[in-house]
Write a protein that binds this ligand. Structure first.
Ligand code: AP5
Ligand code: MG
Length: 212
């Protein structure tokens, strides 16, 4: 089963992706994570991506599509399928993806934008395992309760960059909802501040129907 996770910045794509990938035994492919790893390792792609990510803009389609096409050709994607998190993000990316992949379902998380600024500006991420926390729940802790790794704040999680990410989502990514609705493969969900396990239960109930 090949799945796309669609949703605004902070909608909970990464949070749900970990759970979906665990349950269905598929690789979780996040283009944002791939770019951040490249930035950390100071690769050529990382240097290019940084100039866009720091401003809350999208990395050019051609670069992003090539990365995903190469990643989907790896062996682990040929077993139980894969989960794409944060790709595609433009109509051009979706059209390109159609040339090298067959998508079974698009999990779309709709969420009220008023929840997102607080979620993102308060997010702290573990450097080692990638788990996300909200600063309001940490009681001053600076390490991950899951693995002990150091927590950091993503450079694009500041009010100005978050606003530009939300604007980019509205202009360039939201049209994908219509694109996949027309293809008849979209599954719509509502993101809330209920514990993430609640939304995961709803998503898994629908995906189970496709697996059977
Ligand atoms: P990316 O890393 O994909 O960031 P994003 O889309 O902005 O989304 P986030 O990762 O910030 O949010 P999320 O939906 O994963 O939410 P999370 O689960 O963490 O992309 C970053 C940048 O890379 C882009 O801006 C762009 O420049 C570039 N890029 C990436 N892909 C690209 C592409 N295809 N084309 C071009 N450029 C690309 O949750 C957020 C917070 O909320 C966390 O703190 C979490 O703990 C909390 N939370 C989650 N669920 C709940 C809940 N139920 N209740 C309360 N809090 C919750
Ligand atoms: Mg994410």
């Amino acid at each position: 089963m090949n799945i796309i996770l669609l949703g605004a910045p902070g909608a909970g794509k990464g949070t749900q992706a970990t759970k979906i990938a665990d349950k269905y035994g598929m690789p979780h492919i996040s283009t944002g994570d791939i770019f951040r790893a490249n930035i950390k390792n100071q690769t050529e792609i990382g240097l290019l991506a940084k100039s866009y990510i720091d401003k809350g803009q999208l990395v050019p389609d051609a670069v992003t599509c090539k990365i995903v096409e190469n990643r989907l050709a790896e062996d682990d994607c040929k077993q139980k399928g894969y989960l794409l998190d944060g790709f595609p993000r433009t109509i051009a990316q979706a059209e390109e993806l159609d040339k090298f992949a067959k998508i079974d379902a698009v999990v779309n998380i709709n969420i009220d934008f008023s929840l997102l600024m607080n979620r993102l500006c308060g997010r702290r991420v573990c450097k080692d395992c990638g788990e996300s926390f909200h600063v309001s729940t940490l009681n001053g802790a600076t390490t991950c309760s899951r693995c002990g790794g150091e927590l950091y704040q993503r450079k694009d999680d500041n009010p100005e960059t978050v606003q530009s990410r939300l604007d980019v989502y509205t202009e360039q990514t939201a049209p994908l909802i219509d694109y996949y609705t027309k293809k008849g493969i979209i599954l719509n969900f509502v993101g809330t501040d209920d514990p993430p396990q609640v939304l995961f239960g709803e998503i898994a109930a629908e995906l189970d129907k496709l697996v059977k």
